[in-house]
Design a protein around this ligand. Structure first.
Ligand code: COA
Ligand code: AMP
Length: 635
């Protein structure tokens, strides 16, 4: 099939508002918009002002009303607990309505915030939808974050209620969530009125009298709540993501534009049909989980799979193939790191051949750069198209991709292919001038951003403009660098800030540096992301100790490793640090993190012309050698 991509992209270019107004017809509205786009307050553009809808109605009730009531809406597959459960659209709607009733009974109203700190259980998806049902704004916090990170989010979003569970399950260990939640509430200045706690048999917990309630008891007592229409521009959720400091950024997602863009993407990008099974093997704590485990598949009328397990070790590297064949998954979405893990354990794909994958059509990868060897391996083993696509928490859906529903364009390994309609991509130099095709620069998107993209940061309009909009006026700075080739294919190469990507998880080295700097023996520190064969990148720390510290270096390193785990969480995967005498800096005092990264990665490196003292670099290489890292050569 020849691709209709160029024609569709040209349609959008010709009449952007007409394009999205047409796409919006696939959504149920209780009130039509006054205009499609409000551009009166740039860069805060608003989609579908004046319109009203309910996202939960669009995800559940309307499908029950139109005859999908008995179709599976959600399949829960949990190898870590040995559980499989199916919820029809009707069952899911009823469960969500009751949970929404329980929230209302706790005093939650439209516009109030609710924090969701949950493992990968169906109740996590129900919690999100229940908030949407009554117009409350949810903020899901990933389970791999520690109490301190949760506390920061509690203080920023000020939830009325927290929804949580007694524990999560990681291969080989039960992670008690409740002590983390209790610790976070203790640390936070804002105190939620109550917590609903889902007791799991794998690790029940004690409830705090007067504050905590048993989830199931609260739901059993509740009256089902109806869907409350909200403005298209009202927030559906806040999702915190890593920025350059320890203070995460609260990405705001609205209701109307989000529903429109996600519906469009299911049909045109993912090439799905309502009724088919779609699986995003991610976590509800990340944007992929929000958009493609919960909202998009349900808004579109697909069956979604919620998988509580890993690509390997639960029980083996055939886990994904088992899920695909057992639940008849048509398309799956995961991060390249998951495929690197599978390939490491099953290099010849022998486990793939054990399963019937005849109904499986497409593999989608995102979350980090898709390295060509991983792409090649996945294509050869699965014999289906493997589609890389690039997006961010800020956008909620793909910026660049290859539209299966419009007919695939030829794949160029290393490229996520072409911009989605709605995105006018440019590559700029430091003077905001467009670079030549093929040259690397900052990847930006000409404003306005399309529906679903964040209109602001929670309670931080100014930070929104400073962090994203001011450096290149008229454009959204993505924070990624790369190039566009002569055919318009976009190659995303690296971040331009101190965000790193560890096993598909977005983390801030700045936040880790704040933790290291808090150790009493540390005078100065730096954290860089170093290439890793499995995880893409892993953090590596450098510590300069205070004068007079005589305790063994290793003890201090062990302490800072523990500190990062306690303050940020195990997901940061901060395991190695080197003690050095000094950090390499420019004459103006800027730490040369890029050079340290090159030394650690074994790349050839040159002392930058601005370096204060080039003699430091061999010292860094030596210290890294001592912790098994330095392979770099002075060029
Ligand atoms: N709750 C508590 N702890 C968690 C957690 C959670 N929800 N998720 C991860 N962790 C912990 C892990 O137990 C591990 O702790 P450890 O250092 O004590 O072993 C640590 O955080 C790192 O976890 P993870 O990143 O999962 O690494 P891993 O080595 O266990 O597994 C992969 C590696 C590649 C299999 C795994 O990272 C993976 O499946 N990645 C895909 C990521 C993804 O889907 N990203 C979303 C974008 S699409
Ligand atoms: P997150 O907000 O957690 O989804 O992370 C977004 C970041 O992950 C992007 O800014 C990129 O740095 C990286 N990323 C996501 N998808 C891709 C991709 N397909 N190719 C390259 N980098 C990607």
């Amino acid at each position: 099939m020849t691709s209709r991509y160029d024609a569709v992209y040209a349609d959008w270019r010709r009449d952007p508002e007409g394009f999205w107004a047409k796409a919006a017809q696939d959504i149920d509205w209780t009130r039509r918009w006054d205009k499609v786009l409000d551009g009166s307050n740039p860069p805060h553009y608003r989609w579908f002002p004046g319109a009203a809808l309910n996202t939960c109605h669009n995800a559940l009730d309307r499908h029950v009303d139109s005859g999908r009531g008995d179709q599976a809406a959600l399949i829960y597959d949990s190898p870590v607990t040995g559980t499989k459960r199916r919820y029809s659209y009707r069952q899911l709607r009823d469960a969500v309505a009751r949970l929404a009733g329980a929230l209302a009974a706790e005093g939650v109203k439209a516009g109030d915030r609710v924090i969701i700190y949950m493992p990968m259980v169906p109740e996590a998806a129900m919690a999100m939808l229940a908030c949407a049902r009554i117009g409350a704004v949810h903020s899901v916090v990933f389970g791999g974050f520690a109490a301190n990170e949760l506390a920061t989010r509690i203080d920023d979003s000020k939830p009325v209620v927290v929804l949580s569970a007694s524990c999560g399950i990681e291969p080989g260990r039960v992670v008690a969530y409740k002590p983390l939640l209790d610790g976070a509430i203790e640390l936070a200045k804002h105190k939620p009125k109550s917590c609903l706690i889902l007791q799991r048999v794998e690790g029940p917990c004690a409830l705090v009298a007067g504050r905590d309630k048993d989830w199931n008891e609260a739901v059993a007592k509740a009256k089902p709540a109806e869907c409350v229409p909200v403005a298209a521009t009202d927030p559906l959720y806040i999702l915190y993501t890593s920025g350059t400091t320890g203070q995460p950024k609260g990405i705001v997602r609205d209701n109307g534009g989000h529903a429109v863009a996600l519906y469009w993407s299911m049909k045109n990008l993912y090439g799905m049909k309502p009724g088919e099974v779609y699986w995003a093997a991610s976590d509800v704590g990340w944007v992929v989980g929000h958009s493609y485990i919960v909202y998009a598949p349900l808004i579109y009328g697909c069956t979604t799979v919620l998988y509580e397990g890993k690509p390997v070790g639960t029980p083996d590297a055939g886990a994904f193939w088992r899920v695909i064949s057992e639940h008849k998954v048509a398309a799956m979405f995961t991060a390249p790191t998951a495929f690197r893990a599978i390939r490491r354990d099953d290099p010849n794909g022998e486990l793939i051949r054990k399963y019937d994958l005849s109904g499986f059509r497409t593999l989608f990868l995102a979350g980090e750069r898709c390295d060509p060897p991983t792409l090649d391996w996945a294509e050869k083993q699965l014999q289906v198209p493997v589609v890389d696509h690039w997006w961010q928490t800020e956008t909620g859906w793909a910026i660049v991709g290859n539209c299966v529903g419009l007919g695939l364009l030829p794949v160029k390994p290393g490229s996520a292919t072409k911009p989605m309609p709605g995105y006018d991509i440019r590559v700029l130099d430091a003077q905001s001038q467009e670079v030549k095709r093929g040259d690397i620069g900052a990847i930006v998107v000409k404003l306005p951003l399309p529906p679903s993209c964040f209109p602001t940061l929670w309670n931080a309009d100014r930070r929104y403009r400073d962090a994203y909009m001011n450096e290149f006026p008229g454009y959204y700075k993505t924070g990624d660098a790369g190039y566009q080739d002569a055919d318009g294919y976009v190659f995303v190469m690296t971040r331009t800030d101190d965000v790193i990507n560890v096993a598909g998880h977005r983390l801030s080295t700045g936040a880790m540096e704040e933790v290291l700097a808090a150790h009493p023996d540390v005078a100065e520190c730096a954290v860089v992301g170093v290439e890793d064969q499995l995880k893409g990148q892993v953090p590596l720390g450098f510590l300069v100790l205070k004068a007079g510290v005589s305790r063994p270096d290793q003890r201090i390193v062990d302490e800072v490793v523990k500190l990062v785990r306690e303050r940020i969480g195990p997901v940061a995967f901060f395991k190695v640090a080197a003690v050095v005498k000094r950090l390499p800096k420019t004459r103006s005092g800027k730490i040369l993190r890029g050079t340290m990264q090159k030394i650690a990665e074994g790349q050839d490196y040159k002392a930058p012309a601005t370096i204060d003292d080039p003699a430091i670099l061999p010292e860094i290489a030596e210290a890294l050698r001592a912790v098994g890292y330095a392979r770099g050569r002075m060029a």
